[in-house]
Design a protein around this ligand. Structure first.
Ligand SMILES: [Zn+2]
Length: 582
């Protein structure tokens, strides 16, 4: 039987180069193709990781490059190759090495031998002096072992002087591995991570791993996460653990990536593993994989008592408002957004808000509606939890992928036909009647006047321009222009660099305040650089309601509404009164 062994070393971390030796034993045929993935599972973008490979050699055997990511070595049997990888991008989808630490996302570092992806793998990591290794891979003495290449690259590796915080849930070892400082109380943070783990296991009722590792990088700016089989890589800005609202984002990130260990790592369409690493793979179901995970990442902290129901509703109402204000929701359905992610969501152009709808943003909301719809049709006897548990039991436990239509079929087993729901909200772009769904749990979406911030006069309407900005040095440049907005009608354009309003200099820090000082209907002269040429563009400012959206409990709920509310959020309908001190 064939076997593959890798040696990963880093003799000079500051060179940002990982050295890899890969030994293949028992390769059939007269030659072996060594291939570098073009993408990494969980992040649907062609990244062509082979661009970072250099110094490829195959010992005494001759070799040639046969396509952008493929090296053909003219020998079968036992073959070894050496190469180095430029690792200088610290994101969860890429790899990084510097004098502080190393991070390996396997798909961007390890070649595979074509035809031997299923062969068992061992790995030896030779860390820089004084560094430790943390990964979800199984340890076998001095080596790590994996069933096959898919598992190898589904276990990111942190190498450095990280802090390690172990904890157990249901007797199973978990650990938080932290690189870099953060403005949090580490005991409190570990306690909260643990509550999220406990709650998600309570929902899914089965633990498919023997140990789990959270790899956390505290960064200067960047955030993000990538899910893996029995670990996850998280990045979070080190100063964003305070105040509480920002910390809530961290809790959602943890809940999101951990939820993925079921939803997408095990409950998944067939194209999402085993993977074709050489090209894009297509599915209309990323809204289920990512949207439903985003739904649970807010619901789980609520069920874990880390968010109150009011906080859950506040965050959800904000997302509904954001969704409603995006013109792209009328153009791109959830299934289209999923299918085209490779060229749209992961590579948005300036017109994206007008032409696209993210399957994260809409998928989360449609996931909530679907959950409430199942609860309505089954009179509270079933929910989306049951659908996911059924998919997990029937496919996920064995890691078997399902066909495109299977998710809908399993939902329908509980809820009856969802043809209409799908035609409107999944394959179509119909308006979502929020209160029809929310009403099932006795809550309502409402608009209310926005509370003025400190020193701000109360007003019924606000000025509307319809742009987003990005910083260019101290200046502001238009990033996007909303279709049909005053900015769009007046002729402003993405990339216009904003210099002055009505002849007075304006910058990235004060353009919003300066606009707020105007009234709806005012005609304002925008002075901009467009492609390096000075232009004056007059725009008549529009108006929008000065409202925020809220979700509130109805006054007189039925017993059925109360029951759904309580089963959904794991919270009592009646808020417990605080005891008055005698
Ligand atoms: Zn995700």
């Amino acid at each position: 039987m064939s076997r593959v062994h890798y040696v990963l070393s880093m003799p000079d971390p500051n060179s940002h180069l990982f050295h890899v030796r890969m030994e293949v034993k028992g390769a059939p045929g007269a030659s072996v193709d060594f291939v570098m993935p073009v993408w990494t599972p969980g992040s649907y973008k062609v990244r062509d990781f082979s661009k970072n490979v250099q110094d490829f050699s195959a010992g005494r055997h001759s070799w040639k490059k046969v396509d952008k990511s493929r090296w053909r070595v003219a020998s079968g049997g036992d073959v070894a190759v050496d190469y180095t990888v430029w690792a200088f991008e610290l994101s969860v989808q890429t790899s990084h090495l510097d004098s502080e630490h190393g991070f390996v996302n396997g798909a961007s570092v390890f070649l595979y031998a074509d035809g031997l992806k299923d062969a068992p793998v061992t790995l030896e990591v030779r860390p820089a002096p004084g560094w430790k290794v943390a990964t979800g891979l199984e340890r076998r003495g001095r080596r790590f072992a994996a069933r096959d290449y898919d598992v190898l690259v589904d276990c990111p590796i942190e190498i450095g002087k990280f802090r390690e915080r172990p904890f157990r849930v249901r007797g199973i070892p978990h650990r938080l591995v932290v690189h870099g400082p953060g403005n949090y109380d580490e005991d409190e943070l570990v306690g909260d991570v643990r509550k999220i783990v406990e709650t998600e296991i309570r929902i899914m009722r089965h633990v498919p791993y023997r140990h789990y590792t959270f790899l956390l990088h505290n960064t200067a700016e960047r955030g993000g996460g990538l899910e893996h089989l029995n670990s996850t890589a998280l990045q979070y800005p080190s100063h964003n653990y305070r105040p509480r609202e920002k910390y809530d984002n961290f809790l959602e990130l943890v809940a999101h990536e951990f939820w993925h260990l079921w939803n997408v790592k095990r409950i998944k369409p067939a194209v999402l593993g085993p993977f074709d690493y050489e090209r894009e793979v297509y599915t209309t179901l990323l809204w289920v994989m990512e949207g439903l995970t985003s739904y649970y990442d807010t619901l789980v902290p609520c069920r874990a008592k880390l968010f109150t129901p009011e906080k859950y509703f506040k965050r959800t109402a904000e997302r509904i408002q954001k969704y409603e204000e995006k013109p792209g929701r009328k153009r791109q359905s959830l299934s289209e957004s999923s299918f085209d992610t490779w060229i749209k969501l992961y590579q948005p152009n300036e017109n994206a808000p007008n032409s696209q709808m993210s399957y994260y943003e809409k998928g989360e909301l449609v996931g909530m509606c679907l959950d409430l719809e199942i609860r309505r049709r089954t009179r509270g006897r079933a929910s989306l939890d049951d659908v996911l548990r059924a998919l997990y039991d029937e496919y996920g436990r064995e890691g078997r992928g399902f066909q495109e239509g299977e998710f809908k079929k399993v939902c329908e087993r509980f809820a009856g036909s969802l043809d209409g729901f799908y035609a409107d909200y999944v394959d179509g772009v119909a308006d979502i009647p929020w209160n029809r769904f929310l009403g099932v749990a006795g809550v309502r979406l409402e608009k209310e006047p926005r509370k003025p911030e400190d020193g701000e006069p109360a007003r019924k309407e606000r000025v509307w321009l319809g742009v987003t900005m990005q910083k260019v040095g101290a200046a502001a440049a238009l990033a996007t222009v909303t279709e049909g907005s005053p900015a769009w009608r007046g002729g402003l354009s993405p990339k216009d660099e904003l210099l002055a309003l009505d002849g007075v200099k304006v910058g990235s820090d004060d353009w919003e305040r300066r606009l707020e000082e105007c009234e709806p209907g005012d005609r304002v002269r925008f002075t901009v650089f467009r492609n390096g040429f000075l232009r004056e563009i007059p725009v008549t400012l529009g108006r929008k309601e000065n409202t925020t959206w809220t979700i509130k409990k109805v006054k007189n709920p039925t017993p059925a509404q109360k029951a759904v509310f309580e089963d959904w959020l794991w919270s009592k309908w009646e808020v417990p009164r605080k005891k008055k001190r005698p």
